[in-house]
Design a protein around this ligand. Structure first.
Ligand code: UDP
Length: 238
């Protein structure tokens, strides 16, 4: 493939755990800077990039103290964790001179902008990375659903799910070394076989709105750029 990007606008979902590296929890500085540098290379090709970051890396660390808590309250803690990750990524991108704004689904006005769809689109058109924090702003949802939702709202060409696994497998590849990776798979098959790609709500949303989803490993350097050039990395769900 040439240097021409395959997409005009993409929504990248980064799980919190993707920022953890091999640490037990929290943000690994080296990993954070590497992912930020990859985002920079993609933005340099002219792709408009929006990011949704999860919170698992922080939330897992405090999960024991959240046990026995009301589910909604625990979920709000999880959403606040994504705000922290978003601030860390904003800082990392700014260190690399990448223009960036954070918009939150929960109001934390002294810290970041509130989520305003048309304003987010304007930032993207201006070449700024937009990080959507606090998931959907609702308990009982996930940042995967937030990624799909925001992807549709901003008219993204594709949702890119960056994880630790390099695609969708027929079985858990960690437990089954002979597990087979799909190059493409349909949303119906993912739901039918209960493959752990994203939660069912976000898969159904993608299917109904005909939003393509690519699952790939962010741990392999250069993958994000390859994906944005249209290369067959990981698994395409459509
Ligand atoms: N969360 C929520 N609503 C949302 C997004 C997130 O309640 O719209 C909470 C939920 O508790 C979730 C946590 O925030 O477990 C962290 O998000 P997620 O687990 O999706 O992050 P990831 O696993 O991608 O790091």
């Amino acid at each position: 493939a040439s240097g021409v990007p395959a997409y005009r606008r993409v929504l990248l979902k980064l799980s919190g755990e993707a920022l953890m590296g091999s640490d037990a929890y929290g943000i690994n500085r080296e990993v954070l800077m590497r992912v930020a540098a990859e985002i920079k290379t993609v933005v340099a090709t002219g792709v408009q990039l929006a990011v949704v970051i999860g919170g698992g890396n922080i939330f897992r660390g405090i999960a024991p103290s959240a046990q026995g808590m009301d589910r909604a309250s625990a979920d709000y803690m999880g959403m606040l964790a994504t705000v922290m990750n978003s601030l860390a990524m904003q800082d990392a991108l700014e260190k690399l001179d990448v223009p960036v704004r954070v918009q939150s689904a929960l109001r934390v006005d002294q810290v970041v902008e509130p989520y305003v769809r048309r304003r987010a689109i304007r930032h993207l058109e201006q070449g700024r990375v937009v990080i959507f924090a606090a998931g959907t702003g609702n308990p009982f949802f996930t940042t995967d659903t937030a990624a799909t939702l925001r992807g549709m709202e901003i008219g993204a060409d594709v949702v890119l799910k960056a994880t630790k696994v390099d695609g969708v497998y027929d079985r858990d590849p960690v437990k089954h070394p002979d597990a087979k990776r799909f190059e493409t798979i349909s949303f119906d098959e993912v739901l039918e076989k209960r493959l752990g790609v994203m939660d069912a709500a976000s898969i159904a949303l993608c299917r109904d709105q005909k939003m393509h989803l690519r699952v790939f490993s962010i741990q392999k350097a250069g993958n994000l750029l390859r994906v944005c050039r249209g290369e067959d990395v990981g698994t395409l769900v459509k």
